[in-house]
Design a protein around this ligand. Structure first.
Ligand SMILES: O=C(O)CCC(=O)C(=O)O
Ligand SMILES: [Fe+2]
Length: 168
């Protein structure tokens, strides 16, 4: 759908054929009295798209401006779809990879399920997304090499890391 809306649907099939998926179950316990209520620190995801279920207990917050966060208070059966760092680079910066965190408010354990998609091989920035008004912001890159780069030296947990890996 996103590919279509950017007029680059021809790349859709090759993308879908070369995706890898990781399913992760997260468990957060309530903070002890000497701990902060941050369940997971501010970060962006390094993959293409994340599909997330907060199960029964909300707590996910997304940064919408410098100092402004919104809680994702959807019904427990909702799935949240997030575009992430690799999608941001692919879109030549048109798509924003949102900084997010988990804040623990109650006294119950919290569970979430996440599915992360990764592209096997090189992510090319479609030439249709580069023009005079939108000069190229990212070089084509190998998604798994980006993950290695991040794992070796995670200077930043947020989108600055992809900018330092393949930003122009
Ligand atoms: O548990 C959540 O709601 C978010 C988890 C998350 O951001 C992650 O695993 O990257
Ligand atoms: Fe995340």
């Amino acid at each position: 759908m996103v590919f279509e809306s950017y007029g680059v649907a021809k790349h859709d099939a090759s993308f879908n054929e070369s995706m890898a998926y990781l399913l992760k179950l997260n468990k957060y316990r309530p903070p002890k009295s000497n701990e902060t209520n941050l369940g997971i620190r501010i970060h962006t995801d390094k993959n293409f798209v994340t599909i997330l279920s907060q199960c029964q207990i909300n707590g996910l917050e997304v940064q919408i401006k410098d100092d402004e966060w919104i809680s994702v208070d959807f019904s427990p059966s909702s799935l949240i779809i997030m575009a992430n760092d690799a999608f941001m680079a692919w879109s030549n910066g048109r798509i924003v990879s949102p900084r997010h965190r988990v804040v623990m408010n109650g006294q119950e354990d919290r569970y979430s399920i996440t599915s992360f998609s990764f592209k096997k091989g090189i992510i090319e920035i479609p030439e249709e997304l580069v023009d005079e008004e939108h000069p190229q912001k990212f070089k084509s890159f190998d998604h798994f090499k980006f993950l290695e780069f991040y794992a070796k030296d995670p200077q930043y947990l947020d989108e600055r890391i992809i900018k330092s890996f393949c930003g122009i």
